[in-house]
Design a protein around this ligand. Structure first.
Ligand SMILES: [Cu+2]
Length: 108
């Protein structure tokens, strides 16, 4: 194997490794007993948050600033949103506005 080939392989391996580090795992928020659990989470920019409704009652996930909103989620339905920018994103359930949560988006 030539030196150039070895260099190319090492470069490809390093690129794959750094890409894996950058891609954050999805974070799950459970909807159960008329609450978001956990109610507050902190994630890195680029993270996808997945909400899963475990209640028998339909719920929604809607940003307080209307940046995103799910349809009504039936039992076991899920909704996901990727948070690109840093900041605090409060959200609530439009069917039951007392159900609230916050996603804090922060660089690690
Ligand atoms: Cu609800």
């Amino acid at each position: 194997m030539t030196r150039t080939w070895i260099r190319a392989l090492v470069a490809a391996a390093l690129l794959a490794f750094s890409t894996a580090l950058a891609a954050a795992e999805p974070v799950t928020v459970d909807i159960a007993r008329f609450a978001f659990m956990p109610k507050e989470i902190t994630v890195a920019p680029g993270t996808t948050v997945v909400w899963v409704n475990h209640d028998e009652t339909p719920h929604t996930v809607a940003a307080s600033d209307h940046a995103f909103a799910s349809k009504a989620l039936d039992t076991d339905d899920r909704y996901e949103h990727t948070f690109a920018d840093e900041g605090d994103v409060p959200y609530f359930c439009t069917v039951h506005p007392f159900m609230t949560g916050v996603v804090h988006v922060r660089k690690p």
